[in-house]
Design a protein. Structure first.
Length: 196
């Protein structure tokens, strides 16, 4: 599985240049196998704690990734924290246009005490694309739970977010980079999903 970050390359050259394959920088790749998209805790309660500019950036990016999943027959799973209300309307307006699975969880990790693992295994899923909030808590806990269960994970900093009070975001970004496929731009993630 390819584990790399494009952050250093993007700092010094254009996105097109950074993503062009060379002998030193191979093209970004997705792990092989069947995929599922997990949209985690995008509920009004949690979204209201994001900085306005973070929400304004993240929600449209997530919509693009959801549409890519739908185009490519990638199953969508909506994870909601028990007692925190429904997933926000802009996302559900897109998600509800096709089949999806709703998983209500009572812990940060979406796996314990839910049927998420069973549903994923029934679908032959081996790789999870992670979107949602908070990147340092529920998304990270679910990512850890996924890796412990043998799933590959893929995410982008443009589709996961944290409220401003969580200063350890950089630490969680390092965990995602070390344990999964970290794709800097959501548009590159969409392109790769369209190529599956």
């Amino acid at each position: 599985m390819l584990k790399k970050t494009l952050a250093g390359m993007l700092a010094c050259c254009s996105l097109e240049c950074a993503l062009a394959p060379t002998a030193e920088t191979p093209a970004q790749e997705m792990p092989a196998g069947r995929y599922a998209l997990l949209v985690i805790d995008m509920q009004r309660y949690f979204v209201s704690h994001l900085a306005p500019e973070e929400a304004a950036r993240e929600i449209p990016n997530q919509i693009e990734v959801i549409r890519a999943a739908q185009r490519n027959d990638i199953p969508v799973f909506v994870l909601q924290y028990l007692g925190c209300g429904p997933t926000i309307e802009p996302l559900m307006d897109v998600i509800s246009g096709s089949e999806y699975h709703l998983v209500i969880k009572a812990a940060d990790d979406g796996f314990p005490y839910t049927n998420l693992d069973e549903l994923l295994k029934e679908g032959g899923v081996g790789t999870l694309v992670l979107a949602g909030i908070n990147a340092s808590f529920c998304v990270l806990s679910t990512a850890r739970g996924a890796v412990e269960r043998g799933y590959d994970i893929v995410t982008s900093p443009e589709i996961i977010g944290d409220s401003p009070q969580y200063a350890d975001r950089n630490e969680s970004a390092g965990w995602y980079q070390a344990n999964g496929t970290w794709i800097e731009g959501h548009d590159e993630l969409v392109r790769l999903m369209d190529g599956l």
